[in-house]
Ligand binder design. Structure first.
Ligand code: BEZ
Length: 254
């Protein structure tokens, strides 16, 4: 399977809205001066900087060496790690994550790692794509791939759970869930849906030869235009967000 690659230049041009839209989840985290925080999936560090500016000691991790290089260039303590097998044990007051958890299929591995990384009483506050996220786009990609005899669903890299399912998973891993909510966030795009696909959907586009990808992206763009474009608003993506705050309890039950 083609893995997602992040190119810092196209990220800045096509994906800056991802960190810009993270202010609400930072507010939910309510970072306090002196807290030790893990930013899980820091990207190029734009939101990590806001945690540092709040007076926190932040360790930022990401699976992408390119993104970690970008975060380090901002002077941040950024490291390459797999979120599903973190090396940290009982050291953070909070784990924070924005727009990342839907990229990691081993969601149980992430929850084990995060629970272990937190101090008792530590909080896990995050936002990511939930059930129904980019469904119009995904279904149109599946259709376009099916016309080329490719199974799009089998190549779909994303994990978009319902709030009920994710709450159960958090609880199964020992967390107490303080709040969890799923909401629609139709998100204006800097380009069109073909640009969005080329920035965010490498695992899907990677199922066909490189020379055919632009044509497929344009076919999808034309198919979704009636739902995701109008002359007044331009293009948007049909994002949903799953936002939650959970806590590692002070004492394990039993
Ligand atoms: C999201 O942030 O919801 C998202 C990003 C890339 C692909 C799919 C969804």
């Amino acid at each position: 399977m083609t893995t997602q690659q992040w190119d810092p230049i196209s990220y800045e041009r096509q994906a800056r809205f991802v960190s810009n839209l993270g202010a609400g989840v930072v507010e939910l985290l309510a970072p306090q001066p002196g807290e030790r925080i893990l930013d899980l999936g820091c990207g190029d560090g734009a939101l990590t900087e806001t945690l540092v500016a709040a007076g926190c000691q932040v360790v930022a991790i990401d699976g992408s060496p390119e993104q970690v290089a970008g975060a380090r260039a901002r002077g941040l303590d950024a490291r390459v790690h797999d979120a599903a097998s973190l090396p940290f044990v009982t050291e953070f007051d909070a784990v924070f994550s924005n727009a990342v958890l839907h990229w990691i299929r081993d969601a149980d591995g992430v929850l084990d790692s995060v629970f272990r990384a937190l101090k008792p009483g530590g909080r896990f506050v995050a936002e990511f794509g939930g059930a129904g996220c980019v469904e119009t786009v995904r279904l149109a990609v599946y259709d376009a791939l099916a016309r080329r005899r490719v199974d799009g669903a089998a190549a779909d890299p994303w994990f978009f759970p319902t709030a009920e399912r994710y709450q159960q998973m958090l609880e199964r891993h020992g967390f107490t869930v303080e709040m969890i909510t799923l909401f629609a966030r139709p998100t204006p795009l800097p380009g069109d849906i073909a640009d969005w696909l080329e920035t965010f959907a490498h695992p899907l586009l990677g199922t066909i030869p490189k020379a055919e990808r632009r044509a497929l992206a344009e076919e999808v763009r034309d198919a979704v235009a009636p739902k995701l474009y109008d002359a007044e608003r331009g293009w948007w993506a049909d994002y949903t967000r799953l936002r939650f705050a959970a806590v590692r309890p002070q004492m394990a039950d039993g």
